[in-house]
Design a protein around this ligand. Structure first.
Ligand code: HEC
Length: 263
């Protein structure tokens, strides 16, 4: 058996101690690195000495925690409500009750006044979009009610136009500011042929309410609304009821026995 010089054993111990293996002594003689065992048969040392190395290499392996997927990281970085969305959301909170309010049924849409407003588009060219006048007389600011205190004479004038009134009083002879005389201001066309009776009653209503400022509850307007309903229902409207002064003069009662009936 070959003697291992003491200085080599010492080195081996130091080396083992440095590697943290400890406890090594003569029994573990072959531990000394092969490179340094000049001439001695210590080849197995080559396999035993580096053994701790893999153990050391494995150690740092668990250090890197599994990184989160990029989409999870992005969702963690992202702000829950973007800054620009804050005023929009605040605005929506105020807008919601306004929107809900618009869902309730609109008032009076599609009523006879609105229907008359559509008919009035044929009159607006001469009388102005708001009835302020132009080629035709002013109707607004109550003017039309001054000329025609009753709707019947008003409607009749639209049916026949200014022709039959040439040189005669239109409507109220005691009109404030002087009676209107047919043809004085110009020619008002007759609408008997171009508008239906219903349309004429509707535009009469529109002018009296919108331009004249008539009260929807007044007897005159209630009476006109009844006439509109009757015509809508297909009832015939007695043309005599539209003749000027029909509303003020009592129409002759046919039931009353006249002189012609007596033998
Ligand atoms: C081509 C122009 C013209 C058009 C269209 C026209 N008018 Fe007239 N209108 C006149 C003129 C002009 C007078 C005044 C007539 C006169 O002096 O006798 C008048 C007078 C009137 C008056 C009497 C006003 C007053 O106080 O004396 C009423 C009511 C009226 N028009 C209603 C209507 C209605 C309703 C329509 C549409 C269906 C209409 N007009 C379309 C020209 C027009």
């Amino acid at each position: 058996m070959t003697e291992i010089p003491e200085h080599l054993l010492q080195r081996s111990r130091e080396r083992r101690a440095a590697l943290g293996l400890g406890g090594g002594d003569a029994g573990a003689a072959p531990a000394s690195p092969a490179s340094e065992s000049s001439g001695t048969e210590v080849t197995p040392a080559a396999s035993t000495a580096p053994a701790p190395k893999p153990a050391a290499a494995i150690e740092p392996e668990p250090k890197a925690p599994e990184p989160l997927p990029h989409y999870v990281q992005a969702s963690q970085r992202r702000q829950r409500i973007p800054v620009w969305a804050v005023p929009i959301i605040a605005g929506l909170i105020f807008w919601a009750p306004i929107y809900i309010g618009t869902l309730s049924p609109p008032e009076e849409t599609g009523g006879p006044v609105a229907a008359g407003g559509e008919v009035y588009s044929t009159c607006a060219g001469c009388h102005g979009p708001a009835g302020g006048g132009g080629v035709g007389r002013q109707l607004s600011d109550g003017e039309v009610l001054l000329t025609f205190p009753d709707w019947q004479a008003h409607a009749d004038y639209i049916i026949v136009g200014s022709g039959p009134y040439e040189g005669q009083v239109i409507g109220d002879p005691d009109r404030p500011g002087g009676a209107h005389i047919g043809g004085e201001f110009g020619i008002m066309p007759a609408f008997a042929d171009s508008l239906t009776l219903l349309e004429i009653l509707e535009v009469t209503l529109y002018e009296r309410v919108t331009h004249g400022g008539a009260d929807m509850e007044s007897d005159d307007i209630v009476s006109l609304l009844e006439a509109i309903e009757a015509v809508e229902a297909g009832e015939e409207l007695d043309p005599a009821s539209l003749s000027p002064g029909a509303a003020t003069e009592d129409p002759p009662d046919s039931a009353e026995p006249g002189p012609a009936d007596s033998p």
